[in-house]
Design a protein. Sequence first.
Length: 288
Amino acid sequence: MGPGLRRDDSSVGDAVSNTSALKNITGTIALAGAGKMGGAMLTGWLAGGLDAKQVVVIEPMPSAEIAALVARGIQLNPKHIGTVETLVVAVKPQSFREAGAQLKSFVGPTTLVVSIMAGTTIASLSEVCSGAVVRAMPNTPAAIGRGITVVVPAANVSAAQRVTADALLRATGSVEWVEDESLMDAVTAVSGSGPAYIFLLAEELARAGVAAGLPEELATKLARETVAGSGELLHRSDLSAAILRQNVTSPGGTTAAALSVLMGEDGLQQLMIRAIAAATARSKELAK
């Protein structure tokens, strides 16, 4: 194992710990919205040992994969649900208020409400659903269990409810808690939208390779594997991204020549600052 690398045992330990936490969750969990993100969460819960019979899914257009989970014990669009211990809201933000009356019918004074809707504030969630609200911002690598979710709780969320929310969200990757909701707009800009920036990097790296004379298929594979492999190296390494970058860069070499462009006056740093600022501003607009 090379310098700065660590075995990836921490994720195994986290998974074991979270499996125990999921199995300790009591009561009915209602999942409102089982699209890509909601479906990824549901898959993670069941894989982590949550009893399928505890789960009620409200999804007007369930995929075949979600419908197939009925055989494992989940309830799909039952006529009567009643008050639930936990409601996870994974509907599209623009559909939230329309669905609000139905969602509120599941919520009692002590119901934990976990929202993964972008741009939807704790105040809006409390107004529409009531309950003890936790606002979360996941990202799409949750689909493979490698997401990261940032979470902020309302003041009335208990310690036990935090544990439940953490276990449900950790089923798709890492979880970070913050106490200041105003940070969520920048979180959305960095990690929520961030996968798109990485995919764009792979896209443009391949396009630049073609411009430099590589066959398109080869350039695409080189770009894809380089981005994926570098991400995994960053994940497994104890070294900072800056140190890893420096380790690839020989003075006066080819990497240094490229970085002189990327790190120039109008290079990646300034582009990224402007991009994150634009996404943050848009997140604030959507929350109004």
